[in-house]
Ligand binder design. Structure first.
Ligand SMILES: [Fe+2]
Length: 398
């Protein structure tokens, strides 16, 4: 296979500005140590109802309280958090800690929705609302209170990234805040906390992680460092996602999948995502299709559309997903990546098309401009997308 071509300089410290991370089974015991390092006396734990009911949020709270830090819980983070739902979470911050004192740090425990909401609360502690004022790159005026992130799903990679995605329901627009002022004080990444994640959430999150790595691998901003993480993340998803979904208590599969998710987060920072994410956002905003599922439903057709943009890299992706490519031409090998992703998606129980998740065919045309307006992602795609090309991909995914 071909070696990656280095056709422009890349800067390691800038391209890999990441949150400090502790990874591994049992890492959760580090949470109170990290909170102690911040000197926090009262923390607000931000989570969602599912993670709260699973007992994971309570366990983290107990660990923090055992160290003498007063902990309040906000556990009403909705799926696909919005600009408005961040304000509701911020109200819990303003209401103060159980002893009446003021909070001085945030801890996010959960999937991408909870982690991004924790980031949103931190943003609001130092900046006016709504958070949609800061959509874009480096538009955040001030750094908020410090926050620690503890993922309980393997997919988002949000614990690693200086970005947060919110739905602006007024404008039917999902967009991101990317800022060097938006980095976790620490990320505690413990595969044991993902054991209780339900199968359908594990599947959607896992395919989100695959999409991060796959899009970053072929991205315009890809570089040899991001390529290493991306290819390994794709290989890990190919090896461990089916096991994570079909045997939830398989610690080897859960560890491999969470590592893939963390590497996926690193690739977002180092190279960014592309057309699939741009096309997924309007589906999340208008039809509340969960982010990971939206990516999973679009990814095979996006790959097929993008192959002419980088045949050699798609051939290597097919190989990383375990496809037998020996003896095939680059083009034949690249085509195998489409089927490999489609089969993986089917094996973990994803619906087969947008029609199965309540998206009417006549709505597809209306998503095209929304997708193309995500210019940060569109300009990073290996093939310059046209409006007719994007519509064709939506139709093929329906
Ligand atoms: Fe994503």
């Amino acid at each position: 296979m071909l070696l990656p071509l280095i056709d422009r300089p890349f800067d390691l410290p800038v391209s890999l500005r990441l949150a400090p991370v502790t990874f591994g089974p049992g890492a959760v015991v580090q949470v109170p140590i990290e909170i102690g390092r911040l000197g926090a006396r009262r923390v607000l734990l931000v989570t969602d109802p599912g993670v709260s009911a699973s007992g994971v949020a309570g366990r983290v709270r107990d660990l923090i309280e055992a160290s003498g830090v007063i902990t309040g819980i906000y556990d009403r983070v909705p799926p696909e958090p919005s600009v408005a739902s961040v304000e509701v979470a911020f109200d819990a911050w303003k209401a103060g800690a159980p002893d009446g004192g003021s909070y001085d740090a945030v801890i996010g425990v959960g999937g991408g929705s909870a982690l991004d909401t924790a980031k949103g609360v931190s943003i609001r502690t130092a900046n006016d609302g709504p958070v949609s004022k800061y959509f874009g790159v480096e538009l955040l005026p001030a750094r908020g209170v410090p926050y620690v992130l503890v993922p309980t799903t393997a997919g988002t990679g949000s614990e690693m990234t200086p970005s947060a995605i919110f739905d602006d329901t007024d404008r039917q627009l999902k967009a991101g805040i990317v800022s060097s002022r938006l980095m976790a004080a620490a990320a505690i990444v413990d595969p044991d906390l993902t054991i209780s994640c339900p199968a359908h959430v594990t599947a959607a999150a896992g395919l989100d992680a695959l999409t991060h790595a796959l899009e970053a691998y072929v991205a315009v901003k890809a570089n040899p460092i991001s390529d290493m993480y991306a290819l390994e993340a794709v290989r890990l998803v190919g090896m461990h996602l089916r096991g994570s979904v079909s045997r939830g208590s398989d610690r080897v599969a859960r560890t491999g999948q969470l590592l893939a998710s963390m590497y996926g987060g690193i690739t977002i920072v180092a190279a960014g995502t592309g057309l699939c994410h741009a096309m997924a956002y309007p589906l999340g905003s208008a039809y509340k299709v969960p982010h990971g599922m939206a990516n999973a439903l679009l990814l095979p057709a996006v790959i097929a559309y993008n192959i002419p943009g980088d045949v050699a890299k798609f051939a290597r992706l097919a190989e990383a997903l375990g496809e037998p490519v020996a003896g095939l031409s680059l083009s034949e090998a690249a085509d195998r990546s489409v089927e490999a992703v489609r089969r993986l998606s089917r094996d973990v129980g994803m619906p087969s098309g947008l029609r199965d998740v309540g998206v009417p065919e006549e709505a597809l045309e209306g998503f095209v401009q929304g997708a193309l307006s995500a210019s940060r992602l569109i300009t990073n795609n290996p093939r310059v997308p046209t409006a007719s090309g994007v519509l064709e991909v939506y139709r093929a995914s329906w």
